[in-house]
Design a protein around this ligand. Sequence first.
Ligand code: SF4
Length: 226
Amino acid sequence: PDLTELSARLTVCRACPRLVAWRKECAHVKKAAYADQPYWGRPVAGFGDTKPWLLAFGLAPAANGGNRTGRNFTGDPSAAWLFEALHRAGLATLPTSDNAGDGQRLTGVRLLNPLRCAPPKNKPTPAELSTCAPWVARELELVLPAARVVLCLGAIGWSAALTALANAGVDIPRPRPKFGHGTEATVAGLHLLGCYHPSPHNTYTGRLTHQMFDEIITRAMQLADQ
Ligand code: SF4
């Protein structure tokens, strides 16, 4: 399948009973701020360029973000922070990512999550991660040929990216390279780059600043000769 067909197939996946129940519950028991809005309440596909030089890995859609809007990294504080930064770097048409109909477009970048449904407390079980692994592996098969850099958001994104690459047939060195902000590793010609996740926990506390993120994007561009 191509990316459009893959996304269409993904939206009807019900392989994880706990996550199917949770994504539905979030859509019924809405956060007060979004009480008047419909919730997507289904799996969320990757979002961005279909021939990306940069792949960014998070973990899963947020209950009131991607799970509400139906678009990856859309409609929550992490998304707002990330898109402001991507826009500064000329990689996103808009400095915001509020809803799936906002006209946002990414150039050269694709945002992926190894888990396609929002998990309770943002904590998937190992079984859920492994059940969902084929979805990101299939998406990776379609976008890897163009990719040069994999930006891993947080230690979980780093580990998930390595696992997803391994599932997509990429040789991963042993021992696995370890995550750190600014850490780099080369895996079968792909550059892995670690960056703290742009969650409020990191951005509100100053652990991840705009300048730090801009430096990571500049480095990603250097590595990819962009
Ligand atoms: Fe399907 Fe993945 Fe959602 Fe599980 S997490 S129901 S495998 S899309």
